[in-house]
Write a protein that binds this ligand. Structure first.
Ligand code: HEM
Length: 478
């Protein structure tokens, strides 16, 4: 007699989340992200995870955590700092020597959990940026094998570039404030209960610099749910559905206005001088290096490491909020040319290609979401265009244009932030200082000299271009 067929296990989506450290039991899919099957977006927190990211790797990789702690506790100074003393240099030298002496830890067991991999990417990225940016402005930029090998492997598993990304300093870099959580309770993250886990300088300005975009991401959850509702109504597309779309679009415009208001709270806690001179230089990618020096990832091409590939130039831009999937999603949804046409495969360092390139720096589920959004067969702009011919549905036209204009205004104000945090401090610093040539040019000078943003763009020209593209997305009807 044959044995009875075992009853099917409960659907994996109904299973409890596995322990982030232990990973899922054998044969059970990893559901440690909220909805890895569904773009890892949470209806309440948007692109931010609804539970705090892992704050420390399991014991096996404690050496990375310890060396990162040490860099932070010793307040390592930038190799380009004007006030660098011989003691500072010796402290950084000793720390870098200890990094080189670390064993090459295996990354195989990290693969059991997405959240563990994320923490590994974060830890290794911060260590690498500490390492590179404490070097003197003329040193060769060699990332030692103890870091380069595991970092290239972890980045490969996550399909991310091996560099600090927006997800490492914002999305997965928060914890609950100690005074905000009572025992046994796990609240949702809000602007009132989160703090930052890791920073280069431990200054309030740097913490605030990461918190503001985190607050924006949380507010952005409403934008994502409005988009989803609008897409449902677009499917129905009758008179009532069009009226509802108008209503939701006006609501979306208000949410974008809120994002702008939150952006401007940057001024409440981030000092432009501290940001420009002490925080921003830590973000430098390969393209912002003094003297155009290239980064070398040790181990690549060596025997036993044939699986490692040296990152390309396009994979070594420093972190930028241009990597926030939220703003890209709004762009694509409203049909702003910049992002709507991006396929993340285009190359090139300037203009709209830059935004497409930035998608490669986003967590892969979010990148997949943007791709999904851009392939939506019922594109909103085309719908509004078609439904408002011959003066029909003026309410819909106006609602759509209100949302686009809110986004354009957001970008106007963002330009103001860039002026305040990059242009003005660079002017005050003067441009006589050639040592920090890439950091000390005004935007006008930058435009003519090719000064770059941390993401490697000719910052102001690029940002104005995207703002103008947004402005030209407004639908005009005669
Ligand atoms: C002190 C604060 C900020 C400064 C100095 C700043 C500066 C810049 C710069 C220079 C760029 C050009 C790209 C690059 O090379 O990195 C950029 C792009 C961008 N930034 Fe910011 N940024 C700040 C805060 C924010 C925040 C909080 C957000 C919100 C998520 C944001 C959203 C964007 C977006 C979406 C882009 C891509 C261009 C666009 O879509 O218009 N920025 N930013």
């Amino acid at each position: 007699m044959s044995s009875p067929t075992p009853s099917p296990p409960p659907h994996f989506l109904a299973l409890p989340r596995p322990d982030a450290l232990a990973g899922p039991p054998q044969g059970v899919p990893d559901t440690t992200t909220v909805a890895a099957h569904d773009f890892d977006i949470d209806a309440r927190t948007g692109f931010m995870p609804p539970q705090p990211p892992l704050s420390r790797l399991p014991e096996q990789w404690e050496a990375w955590e310890r060396i990162l702690d040490e860099a932070i506790e010793r307040h390592l100074k930038l190799g380009t700092a004007q006030d660098l003393t011989p003691v500072d240099e010796a402290t950084s030298d000793a720390w870098r020597r200890r990094v080189r002496e670390l064993p090459i830890l295996s990354t195989t067991d990290l693969k059991t959990s997405e959240v563990t991999l994320r923490r590994a990417h974060l830890a290794l990225a911060w260590i690498m940026h500490f390492y590179i940016n404490t070097l003197s402005p003329t040193s060769p930029l060699v990332i030692p094998r103890s870091i380069s090998i595991p970092f290239l492997e972890v980045s490969d598993y996550l399909a991310l570039p091996p560099i600090l990304t927006y997800s490492d300093d914002v999305l997965y870099n928060w914890k609950y404030r100690e005074d905000a959580v009572s025992e046994g309770q796990v609240p949702l993250p809000t602007a009132n209960n989160i703090a930052i886990q890791t920073s280069f300088t431990s200054t309030p300005s740097e913490n605030h610099f990461y918190l503001v975009p985190a607050y924006m991401e949380l507010r952005g959850a409403t934008a994502l749910s409005l988009m989803s509702r609008i897409m449902d109504e677009a499917f129905v597309r009758d008179g009532i559905a069009l009226r509802r779309i108008s209503y939701y679009l006006v609501h979306l415009a208000r949410v974008i206005d809120d994002l702008r208001t939150i952006l401007m709270t940057m001024r409440d806690g981030c000092d432009p001088e501290v940001f420009y001179h002490e925080v921003r230089p830590w973000f430098k990618g390969q393209d912002s290096m003094h003297g155009g020096r290239k980064w070398v990832f040790e181990g690549v091409g060596e025997e036993g490491y044939e699986h490692l590939k040296h990152p390309t130039e396009d994979e070594l831009h420093g972190p930028s909020a241009g990597q926030s999937a939220l703003i890209h999603a709004i762009d694509i949804f409203l049909g702003v040319g910049s992002a709507a046409s991006s396929s993340a495969s285009s190359s090139g360092k300037t203009g709209m290609n830059f935004l497409a390139q930035m998608q490669n720096y986003m967590p892969r589920h979010h990148r997949a979401f943007l791709r999904h959004l851009s392939f939506n067969p019922r594109q909103l702009r085309a719908l509004v265009d078609a439904e408002t011919t011959e003066n029909r549905n003026p309410e819909l036209l106006s609602a759509y244009n209100t949302a686009v204009t809110a986004l354009r205004t957001f970008r106007d104000w963002h330009l103001g932030i860039v002026a305040m945090y990059i242009v003005s401090p660079s002017r005050r610093a003067g441009i006589g200082n050639r040592l920090a040539a890439t950091e000390h040019l005004s935007v006008e000078e930058a435009e003519s000299s090719g000064e770059k943003g941390t993401g490697g763009t000719n910052a102001m020209t690029f940002l104005k271009g995207v703002r103008d593209k947004t402005a030209s997305t407004v639908l005009k009807k005669n």
